[in-house]
Every structure is written in C-alpha cells, then in structure tokens.
Design a protein around this ligand. Sequence first.
Ligand SMILES: Nc1ncnc2c1ncn2[C@@H]1O[C@H](COP(=O)(O)OP(=O)(O)OP(=O)(O)O)[C@@H](O)[C@H]1O
Length: 249
Amino acid sequence: MSKLLEIKDLHLKINEAEILRGMEFSLAKGEVFALIGPNGCGKSTFAYTLMGLNNYQPQSGEMIFKGEKINDLKINQRAQRGITLAWQEPARYQGVTVREFLSLGLKSRDKEVTENKLREALDQVAINPAQYLDRFVDRSLSGGERKRIELASLILMEPECIILDEPDSGVDIVALNNIANVINYFKKSGSGILLITHSEEMLEYADRAALVCAGEIIREGAPSAISDYFKSFCFPCAKAEDCEKEAAS
Ligand SMILES: Nc1ncnc2c1ncn2[C@@H]1O[C@H](COP(=O)(O)OP(=O)(O)OP(=O)(O)O)[C@@H](O)[C@H]1O
C-alpha cells in the first residue's frame, strides 16, 4: 500500500513540557491505524499537531502528507490538501441548522443534488433527515447526536486522511455501530484513517495499532497484540520490568 502520511521523529513542547517525544509511524491509503494510550499520553496533542492548530508547532521532526512536508502549512491549507479532524468533543454552532452545517463543504449548489447528498450522509450515521435537518447544531442535540452529525459532515467533505479523536467517547452502543459503518465507508473510499482512542474495544476496527506512552510509540503491530499489551501493562500503568518503556529507560 502506498504511504499517505508519514510522521518522522516528531517532538513538541508546550510551556517547556515535552509532550510529544519522537512520534513516528506511517499510514497508507485505505488503512485504519489506531493510536491507543492512557489518558494524558499525548494522543489529542498529536491530533492537533497534525491538523496544524495554533500553538501546536513541533520543534523538530517531519509530517509528510502525499509526499509533501506539511509542518509549515496552516490548518486551512492542510484541510485543502485533504486532512480532516473529528474532535473528541464535537463543536456546537449556535443558530446553524444541521442542513446548513452539512452543506458547508459541498461544491454543488444544485438544491436537489445537495439534499440527496445530505440524506445519504445522514443515512450512514443512522440519523433521520426528516427529523434532524432543520434542527440547530447546539446544546439541543445530545453529544452522541452531534458526534454522528459531525461524522456525516466528514463523509460529505470526502477527506483523504481522517483523524478520529476518541470517536467512541460519550456514545452508546448504537452510535458505536454507526462509527464502525463510517470507518468502513472511508476505508472503501480509499481514505486513510487515524483512530485515536483509549479503549481497546475500538481496536477491532483497526488494521494496525500502536501504543503511545508519554508522547512516543513504544509498540506497533496487530491490533489484538497491542490490545493485549495495553490491558496487561497500562491498567494501571505497570511500570514493571517487562514494560517496554520501563525496560528501555
Ligand atoms: N495547552 C497545554 N498546556 C499544558 N499542558 C498541556 C496542554 N495540552 C496538553 N497538555 C498536557 O499534555 C499531556 C497530553 O495531553 P493530551 O490531551 O494530548 O492527552 P491524551 O492522550 O489525548 O489524553 P485523553 O485520553 O485524556 O484525552 C497531558 O499531560 C496534558 O495535561
């Protein structure tokens, strides 16, 4: 599989604290790569750094997307190149309807085409268009509903690389199935998916996985093997001799 994204020896400090300490991996087209790790190990920080949020400029290392170094590109330039981030906590938009929110990234201005596309995307996340298209994307929607609507918006954007930051947080088992559907949908369309999580259940949707500990990947491999390692040594953090991070230090 050809490389879509390459992360090389990425280091990032925030207020003198080194949060990312040499993150390194690659992601192929049509691949689901999971980054799993305990709370506070730097997963979201990595997601923000890759997306290019303000104040998340790495001090060293490279982020290469489709052969182009993107370290110095702004967030909108990275989005234009095809990178998208689904936030751990999806945003609320006061006064913006689901229809308006979902239409933002659409190129076609044809009313019928637009309406059909919105309905198809909402179908993928099991949201009834008739009930939701005219509602506002604000507190009146539950966190799980907003999460699913955000996933529908990603489908409409047709990104080539999707960062899903804790897609399972705050959602029930039904929504979890919707997330699995969306992951499969993106896989089939050839997008690369970076699945960020701290729950080993999510690893079943991944092709490959890596364990993040204190800002670096300490083990990479088959999702089942990473899941076993994570359960054995990270809950609670074992700091045992046979933990690879401890053994290396
Ligand atoms: N702006 C900031 N200022 C200071 N410290 C920060 C900042 N952002 C993150 N950190 C610290 O960096 C570490 C990594 O945080 P991050 O949110 O990336 O972890 P995470 O792995 O995503 O955790 P979780 O699973 O709880 O979401 C934490 O110790 C956090 O307190």
